[in-house]
Design a protein around this ligand. Structure first.
Ligand code: F0G
Length: 351
């Protein structure tokens, strides 16, 4: 056994890097593909969770960022910028530190989770809260990158999706073939596009014998793909996917249609139920947006949209510690006791 070297070194021959590319890495990737017993029982499928919260900054964004920042470094960039619902900014801020670059982030004011805000700040990013939503932030970031000396590292940067496709490689490498169905949350729609790219690439190279059906899930208040057009005022408690005008629209539609899949919506209530189920019955703490993949699988299973006996992978995109409010609210307040074994035992119902 040898140590994991980060995804650029692990998948170098399938990524747009050369010997001239300075590799900027936090040793991202190599995340767990975890058998999910309870979800398998509930659906009759063989369900796995791709636990992307195990990446260095706690989300799948690190996969794209290692490639995007390495290529920016190769091009001589001194500064990067991104718009974000929180995870992209956390990742960009950390990788910019590794590269010795400055990082500017534009986030929707009051609409990003506290843990993600903390990450951008602790890594020294210049953080601007924009009086608008994510879609406004992205438009602004794109304008700034055109007019000023700063490289854009949102997923409209083609290197981001190249890095993110490696999650599909890891899944095939672990299972020995592609799964039958792949479920994931959809926001700006980069990730579903990247997975599809990865699965297609492995099938074309005969590493996998097939490609999965891609099932994407949006929050019902922020579901432009379901509506068939942009949503002007997206609303959901899953702030990571509170996006009304996805940048990778055409790529995501192609992933959906070429794979024989679908993009559907789940309510915030379904998202929170899946969030609690993951924590209490699978031992996996994710952020609310991540639970959309699992809420979607449960919904598809109820509607007969997934065949029992098939192999399903759900990507859970981000770590639950980023947004702890949803874990704390709804839980009973902890009891305070004296330093006394008897009171502890009686509170715990052991007596
Ligand atoms: N899950 C999480 C935890 C996310 O942070 C995001 C996107 C998604 C799912 C959706 O992925 O955009 O590729 O369809 N977060 C971006 C951000 C928008 O700024 O961190 P997508």
């Amino acid at each position: 056994a040898r140590a994991w070297r980060g995804l650029i070194e692990e998948y170098r021959d399938r990524l747009p890097v050369t010997d001239a590319t300075p590799v900027v890495t936090l040793l991202e990737g190599g995340t767990p593909l975890l058998p999910a017993g309870r979800l398998s029982q509930l659906t009759g499928c063989e369900v796995f969770l791709k636990v992307e919260g195990a990446n260095p900054t706690g989300s799948f964004k690190d996969r794209g960022m290692t490639v995007a920042i390495s290529k920016a470094a190769e091009d001589g960039a001194k500064a990067v910028i991104c718009a974000s619902t929180g995870n992209t900014s956390a990742s960009a801020a950390a990788y910019a530190v590794r590269a010795g670059m400055t990082c500017a982030v534009l986030v929707p004011a009051g609409k990003i989770a506290m843990g993600k805000l903390a990450q951008a700040l602790v890594h020294g990013a210049r953080l601007l809260q924009v009086d608008g939503n994510f879609d406004d932030c992205l438009e602004l970031a794109q304008k700034l990158a055109v007019d000023y000396p700063v490289a854009l590292v949102n997923s409209v940067n083609k290197y981001r999706l190249q890095g993110q496709k490696t999650a599909a490689f890891e899944i095939v490498d672990a299972l020995g073939d592609a799964p039958d169905v792949h479920c994931l949350p959809v926001g700006n729609a980069g990730n579903i596009s990247a997975y599809w790219m990865g699965y297609k690439e492995y099938a074309a190279a005969d590493v996998a014998s097939k490609t999965p059906r891609m099932l994407g899930f949006q929050a019902s208040g922020a579901a432009p793909f379901v509506k068939g057009e942009p949503v002007l005022k997206p609303q959901t408690i899953a702030t990571a996917i509170r996006i009304g005008n996805p940048a990778s629209w055409d790529l995501a539609v192609a992933a959906r249609d070429e794979s024989g899949g679908a993009i559907a919506s789940v309510t915030d209530r379904q998202i929170l139920a899946a969030y609690r189920l993951l924590a209490r019955e699978e031992g996996v703490f994710v952020e609310p947006a991540s639970a959309a993949s699992v809420a979607g699988l449960l919904q598809a299973s109820e509607q007969g949209g997934v065949t029992p006996g098939t192999r399903v992978v759900c990507t859970v995109t981000g770590n639950g510690l980023k947004d702890p409010d949803w874990a704390i609210s709804g839980a009973p307040a902890p009891t305070t006791i004296k330093v006394d074994a008897h009171s502890a035992a009686s509170e715990l119902g052991l007596t």
